[in-house]
Structure formats: C-alpha cells, structure tokens
Design a protein around this ligand. Sequence first.
Ligand SMILES: Cc1ncc(COP(=O)(O)O)c(C=O)c1O
Length: 456
Amino acid sequence: MSHVVHRQLHHRYPVAVGGEGIYLIDAQGKRYLDASGGAAVSCLGHQHPEVLAALRAQLERLEYAHTSFFTTAPAEALADELAAHAPGDLKHVYFVSGGSEAIEAALKMARQYFVERGEPQRRHFIARRSSYHGNTLGALAIGGNAWRREPFAPILIESHHIAPCYEYREARAGESAEAYGKRAADELERKILELGAGSVIAFVAETVAGATLGAVPPAPGYFRRIREICERHGVLLILDEVMCGMGRTGTLHACEQEGIAPDLMAVAKGLGGGYMPIGALLVSERIYDAFYKGSGAFQHGHTYIGHPLACAAALAVQRVIQRERLLDNVSARGAQLGKALRARFGSHPHVGDIRGRGLFMGLELVAGRATKKPFDPARRVHARVKSEAFVRGLCVYPMGGTIDGRAGDHVLIAPPFICDAAAIDAIVERLGDAVDAATAAGVGADLIPAEEDSPS
Ligand SMILES: Cc1ncc(COP(=O)(O)O)c(C=O)c1O
C-alpha cells in the first residue's frame, strides 16, 4: 500500500520513471505522448539536456540562500530576462514557487498598494465565474468554479464575480463577436459601480481561460474595454497567465495579442517548464514605485521564493525557447493543430466547439451539437476521455463542470512547444479515437473510472 496521499485515493497510478522529449515512460515501459504537458506545464518536453546541464551547474555552485539575507545570480538574471520581454511597464518581478502562490502574492500586493497610497477603504476583488486561479484559499476565493468553491465557501474571503467572456454559450443570436465582447466587459463597470468605485481593489481574469473553461480566448476588444473600465475607476487589472502565458498561445504573453498590459501579471507553469517549481508575479512601475516611496517592503514572503535552482532552470528553459525560436513553432504547429482538430471534429456529433490559440486548444463536448445541450454530468464524459486517451498512450487534460461548475465537459490540449508535424497528427488521431469511445451511445456512469478532477 502506498503512503502517498494521492489525488484520487481509490485510483492506482502508473509509476512514471522516464521522459524523452514529448514522451513520458512508465515502469512497464509504456510510452505516453504528453499532449497536455501535464497541466500545460512541460513546454520544452522532458529531459531537455540544456536545462539539465544548467540545473547541474547551479547545484554545484549553490543550492539555496534565503532571500532575507542574499540575492543570487540566477534570480537576478531571470528577472532581467522577464523584465526585458514584459508587456507595458511590468519591469519588476516577485518570484514564488507556483501559480497559486503567484495569485496570492498578486492579491496581497494589490491590497497593500492601496494601503501605501492611503486608500485603505479599497477591499473588493472582482473576478469571473467559471475561472480557475489556484487552490490556496485566496486564489480559490476569487476563482469562479462553483464546485471547487463549495466545500470551502464558509472560510473564503469575500469576492465578487461577473460572467466569463464565453462566446460559444453567452453571445446572443446574431450578436457580433465585438458587440458581445463589449457587452461582457461592460458587466465589470456595473459591478464596480454597484460595490462603490472607491472600494474595489482589482479585477482578476485569465487572459485565455484555461483549466475550468477549456482554452477560451477573449472576444475581440474585450480586454481593451476592460482596461478602459479599470482605468476609469482606478481599479487594478490583474491578469492570470499561469496557464496561458509564457509562449503557450504563440506570443510570450497572451495579453500581447489583446493590445493591453495589466498592472500585475501572474505566470508559472511554462516559466520553468516543470524542471523546477516556480512562478512569478510581474509588477508595473507604478505599483513598485508606491512601495518604494512608501513602506519600502512588500509584507509577504515564503521560504523558497527566488530559489536559485528554480530560477536557473527557468532561465535555461526561456533561453532555449528564444534561441530555437520555439514560439514560431507554437504558431505553426498551433495552426496545424487547429486545422486538424477542425477536420477531425468539425462535424462530430458530440463536439460543440473547437477553440483556443497557439498550442492551447480546447474541445467542448456536448450531447447534441445543434442544441449545445451538455452531457448528463453523471456520465462523467470528460473523465472517460482522459481514460480512453491514456489507454491509447496519450495524455490530455479534460475537465467537467465547464458551464456552471457542474454540467459541461471539455478537453484541453497543450502539447510541448517542441512538437513536430507528425506529433500533432498522432495527437489528433488518438484523441479522435478516445472521444469516439467516450461519447459512444450506451457508455454510462457504470463504466466511468475514478479520475483526476482537480486542476493544477
Ligand atoms: C490560470 C491558473 N491560475 C493559477 C493556477 C494555480 O497554479 P498552481 O497549480 O501552480 O498553484 C492554475 C493551475 O492550473 C491556473 O491554470
């Protein structure tokens, strides 16, 4: 019996013993094409020799130094690198160990910013329904997935939610994408006014909604409108690019494609590519200045922030991505993936929507295409897809509760940036078989295996 508290206590997980590029290998020697990079993490694939060498070199120099005593060369170099390529004036970097920690830091930094400025009455955060920002209590509180919040509701900080920008289900018949985007964004202004403009700290959103909504890009103009509304009311914009950022959509930051920059931005996953746990909060000049001219310190910190090994790994990952021009490959392979998904699933009776950007794509599964009616949640179709794909040697990242935390199923596809054309074809072929098997008539709840349901 295992002493590890696994995610699903009744599930027996295969033991992963090796990795090779886009493949993971288990103890039986079975190879899995890692088409989701775990949870959109492994952007460089597995065992990249240059990252391993950078880790070894750092380990031989220095394994750890506490940030209350020292800074280190890899932390400084990685911050320089991130600042050099940041959108807007996000020139300052606060390192953490993952996505939830980056969001926690963003919430606290946003609040302290207003304390520094003499506006302590600001206390509200507004986010979106069906969003995912992490599993720690602050991140869960602003997260908008009803099912994940429910057991912890009595102990979550107060937060407010507006509708997501989710054209497939929320645009009205005949409404243009632009008109829908404006309508969806305008809900933020109404919410700010309802709460009292001077009492709102920030609006928090994933630029491309990932784990819980399934790779949903914003409607055209949505974020430009959001940015205007935030400016008008002195509300900060916090973008969560933990999943969609660091190249996943074809540009280093997803917000570049929206023509805006936030005040604070959380990144993680693709930053270190899974070689070490690392996340970062990118901070704008005006926020940094308020701290610099104010108390001089962010009242926060963890033991492992700015860990030299994590920073060295992330720096190596980012240098390989740049040198090998892998974001060009994300765009090219992303276009191929989109085309192949549309060819395979464009008229599939149980695929209602094919969406995403770059190598960050999603399929929304439905009982009927015309009605957009979701499957009965009891069938756990998403779990079945994951399991059918896994049997076929394919890792994808499906999730249930797409629509309201309970109903709806989607599949997230987020392969490594190093994928070649043959890998994309193999992903779509295996996924096609898995979706056919999982959605076939007569496949019922009794056949659903215990599966992973909690994003991370
Ligand atoms: C958008 C987003 N924010 C935050 C998180 C939390 O990151 P972590 O699991 O590294 O704490 C995730 C994880 O899936 C995410 O997708």
